[in-house]
Design a binder for this molecule. Structure first.
Ligand code: OSB
Ligand code: MG
Length: 379
């Protein structure tokens, strides 16, 4: 039980990205990230927990965006958490319940829950991996490759990632950048594990066109249609042979259950931030596993904090597909934390207490573009 929440600070940092990362919805050249630093007293010990919010600067992947996450955290979520803590006490397991009357804002809620969970685990000396039920000490590492200006440029990038040891390549696609780059990568590199991600760029009218991807023997196609198009995804899944994987559409265990029941998802990309936190992510894992639906852990260009936490989640037994858990150097020359490294195609699952890594104070100071302490008031 958490005795008291002593302070909550919101840090916004700006991390330069090595090379621009283009998806069907945007090009990122820096990763602006909101972090939650929570100090609490637990069993007489003062501990600090860190949470990383995966929201992007603009509402182009999800409705949430960084400025709105900062606002909802300071104005609603942190006060609601304090209020609940004063009335009923609190553990990481009760955070989502304490915040349930605030509609939506799952990425902001996930960051706060992650900070509480990190603090709680640090106080008890337990790792996130052990807490979640990890069964392996390293996870296979896949890489998400952005949309490029030319096919030769893409082939050079893929060659570099394969040479570095990445075990699976995911190509970002969109209308105008789909069959040709996929065919070129297949031709150049043979039977490598390959999949594509459209980030909602198509409609069901493209079904016959998307069927032409079947000949490339892809592991899956990720989120070809809109985030609310569950029924259409089910229909598309019946029209094409490539396994259907959902990302944006899955925002909770409930939507995962619906997608599975409808036949809209043969595979699920689990992103803890998108679904409200690591605990809901584990529920989706459990549900999918019970239904024989494979899951893998997605990424949102996390710093070492979120990257290490994702590696812990991906160590659960239902994560049967290689996730987007790359080394820090996939995106960052210097990470906020000690870098997460990919070795021989694997990322190690941290065994230190809590999430594992913590921000390097000098890096945090150098990268910070906004810092505020949430007024805890007298609740
Ligand atoms: O759709 O999986 C996605 C990055 C930002 C937003 C959405 C997505 C992605 C990625 C990158 O594909 C995954 C990573 O962090 O390596
Ligand atoms: Mg995706």
């Amino acid at each position: 039980m958490i005795t008291s929440i002593d302070s909550v600070q919101l840090h916004t940092i700006s991390l330069p990205i090595r090379t621009p990362f283009t998806t069907s919805f945007s090009t990122q050249t820096v990763r602006t990230i909101l972090l939650v630093e929570l100090r609490a007293t637990i069993g007489g010990v003062s501990v600090t927990g860190w949470g990383e919010c995966v929201a992007l600067p603009d509402p182009v992947y999800s409705a949430e965006y960084i400025d709105n996450a900062r606002e909802v955290l300071s104005r609603y979520l942190v006060p609601a958490l304090l209020d609940s803590q004063h009335q009923h006490g609190m553990t990481a397991e009760t955070v989502s319940h304490a915040l349930r009357h605030i509609v939506g804002h799952r990425m902001a809620k996930a960051a706060l829950e992650m900070a509480v969970l990190d603090a709680q685990l640090r106080a008890s000396g337990r790792s996130l991996a052990s807490y979640l039920g990890a069964v392996v000490d390293r996870v296979p590492s896949g890489v998400s490759v952005g949309i490029m200006d030319t096919v030769p440029e893409l082939l050079r990038a893929v060659e570099g990632y394969l040479g570095a040891g990445y075990q699976r390549i995911k190509l970002k696609v969109m209308p105008g950048w789909d069959l040709e780059p996929v065919a070129a990568v297949r031709r150049a590199f043979g039977e490598i594990p390959l999949q594509v991600d459209a980030n909602t760029a198509y409609t069901l009218q493209d079904a016959q066109y998307l069927r032409r991807l079947d000949e490339f023997d892809l592991l899956l196609i990720e989120q070809p249609l809109g985030d609310e198009d569950l029924r259409q995804h089910a229909e598309l899944a019946r029209l094409i042979a490539t396994p259907m994987c959902l990302d944006e559409s899955i925002v909770s265990a409930q939507s995962a259950a619906d997608a599975i029941e409808l036949g809209a998802a043969a595979v699920i990309n689990i992103k803890p931030g998108r679904v409200g936190g690591y605990l809901e992510a584990r529920r989706i894992h459990d549900l999918a596993r019970a239904h024989g639906v494979g899951v893998w852990c997605g990424g949102m260009l996390e710093t070492g904090l979120g990257r290490a936490a994702n590696a812990a989640l991906a160590a659960l037994p239902g994560f049967t597909l290689t996730g987007d858990i790359s080394g820090s150097d996939r995106f960052y020359v210097r990470d906020l934390t000690e870098p997460v490294t990919m070795t021989d195609g694997f990322v190690a699952v941290p065994s230190e207490p809590g999430v594992g890594p913590v921000p390097i104070p000098e890096m945090l100071a150098d990268l910070t573009i906004d810092h505020r302490e949430v007024a805890l008031g007298s609740a």
